[in-house]
Ligand binder design. Sequence first.
Ligand code: AMP
Length: 219
Amino acid sequence: MPARLNLVVLGKQGAGKGTQCKRLATTYEIPHISTGDILRGAVKAGTPLGREVASVLESGALVSDDLVIQLVKERFDEPDAQRGGLLDGFPRTLGQAEALEVLLGADGIKLCVNLDVPIELVTERLSSRRVCQECGAIYRDSDVEAISGTCSNCGGDVVQRDDDQPDAIRRRLETYERDTEPLLAFYESRGLLVTVNGDQSPDEVTEAIEKVVRDRGLA
Ligand code: AMP
């Protein structure tokens, strides 16, 4: 079995983490682990976890470290994650980053990619974002799928996320700046941080990340 490849992808909401992680998951054959998707799935399924976190997600605040750390631990126990994973939306706080290091071991994380996008652009992207509730495909409000409300991938409903409303967007970006930006220094101090310009086409961003992975001999 090839060595484990665990990549952390950081970036403001709307920086393109989900889009890039989906592509990289296919390239490197490792799962895309998005704590936001796991939590939204629980809300949609109406599980006890979903009922516990529904209002927090809607408001754009963070759920507790203990809760998401437990979810990530369970996810890494699943067979497909034995080769590693692409972490999207986790860690989000220093406490989570430290817990991840304990979970995967000091050299378990191979790279942290920071997708850098100006705040004006992410605000615009988030307000126009529409998502498929079934498969998570991402559209813009001007796309035919968003206008018809039907996903061309899977036929699922295409909707606007509650937390992509203006007040929640503002709160989420403030939370990112306060709680998550300190992680840049955390990964920088471990020699793992690479910043990629996220204000390029999705293909160009993917190429830039794949080049770093190649140059570092990670895959
Ligand atoms: P996302 O799709 O990554 O923007 O996550 C959507 C929402 O899920 C966030 O606004 C938080 O309420 C919650 N969430 C996702 N990941 C985390 C995390 N690592 N720590 C705390 N809350 C999270």
